[in-house]
Design a protein around this ligand. Structure first.
Ligand code: PBG
Length: 331
């Protein structure tokens, strides 16, 4: 398009609400939302997470209540994360393989109550279970060992699938884990259990509040830069996604969210596959603190940020604001 015809007025279609509705290019619905929930021990327990105002850890019985709420709101999937008791953490994170761990109990409870009326996405990585807070097994120097970790992650993924998980979401960033998990799922008869790979996951400053929520912040020594991606890199994200797709991922995730929308767009345009983004804990906290400081309107900010993910090319978004957003969208 060159030049501008003198009677072109781009404001013409924006002049009324009905016309804006007619010309809207992107829509956000509750079906675009994945609701991350933290699980804790006990019965009838709600523990507010201090670093995430408005977010709590819930005991298994109350996770089931949240699952019912999600179904009522039209949210299709929950993402579950356990807050493992310190005494169940170990150097090798073996609690991840326990068929009766908190995660598996929550999966079974939701499945028993709601059947397949809701999808369950489960995080695969050892950090909720290790005494050192790293996502994998470490050597004496604290370096996370790739291949040994992959073997443990395969066991963790199969354990979750056996309990009834629908989508396995490896968030560990080890090389080769998608193929290894896919093989094991097929062998175990879990042919329809999906894999949503955290394919482009960055070593980000935005994960702090999450580490409080799962209880690994105080434990983590050092950082995760030897496995999570450098925030400076975009081409490498394309390679990560390419590799995970070749190994059998059904969908991929970009994480964090808003600061990485360029990666979402690039991955979507390159591969034309389902792409999801995780609006992570630090992003949620930024919105909540801005609201608390009187600097922002929560409802407008939540809906605008979530719409931005859709516009960038996401099929859906993991967000701690999922229930709130779904309520707003229902009006
Ligand atoms: C751990 C994991 C993290 C998140 C999801 N899975 C934290 C990390 O990598 O340290 C972060 C989510 C958030 O910040 O909301 N494997």
């Amino acid at each position: 398009m060159t030049g501008t015809y003198p009677h072109t007025r781009l404001r013409r279609t924006r002049a009324t609400a009905w016309s804006r509705a007619l010309h809207r290019e992107t829509v956000l619905t509750p079906a675009d939302l994945i609701w991350p929930l933290f699980i804790t021990e006990g019965v009838g327990v709600e523990q507010p997470v201090e670093a995430l105002p408005g977010v709590s850890r819930w005991s298994v019985d109350l996770i089931v209540e949240r699952a019912r709420e999600a179904v009522d709101l039209g949210i299709p999937v929950l993402a579950l994360f356990p807050h493992t008791q310190p005494e169940r953490r170990s150097e090798d994170g073996r609690e991840a393989l326990n068929p009766d761990n908190l995660m598996c109990r929550a999966i079974r409870a939701v499945r028993d109550a709601l059947g397949d009326r809701i999808g369950l996405l489960t995080d695969v990585a050892l950090d909720p279970y290790t005494s050192h807070g790293q996502d994998g097994l470490i050597d004496e120097a604290g370096y996370v060992l790739n291949d040994k970790t992959v073997a443990a992650l395969v066991g963790q993924a199969v354990n979750q699938a056996n309990a009834g998980a629908d989508i396995i979401a490896p968030s560990d960033m080890m090389d080769g884990r998608i193929g290894a998990i896919r093989d094991a799922l097929e062998e175990g008869g879990h042919i329809n259990v999906q894999i949503m790979s955290y394919a482009a996951k960055y070593a980000s400053a935005f994960y702090g509040p999450f580490r409080d929520a799962v209880g690994s912040r105080g434990l983590l020594k050092g950082d995760k830069k030897t496995y999570q991606m450098d925030p400076a890199n975009a081409e490498e994200a394309v390679r990560e996604v390419e590799m995970d797709l070749a190994e059998g991922a059904d969908s991929v995730m970009v994480k964090p969210g808003l600061p990485y929308l360029d990666i979402v767009r690039r991955v979507k345009e390159t591969f034309e596959i389902p792409v999801f983004a995780y609006q992570v804990s630090g992003e949620y906290a930024m919105i909540e603190h801005a609201v608390a400081a009187g600097a922002a309107d929560r409802d407008a900010m939540v809906l605008e940020t979530l719409l931005a993910f859709k516009r960038a090319g996401c099929s859906g978004v993991l967000t701690y604001h999922a229930a709130h957003a779904a309520r707003l969208l229902r009006g």
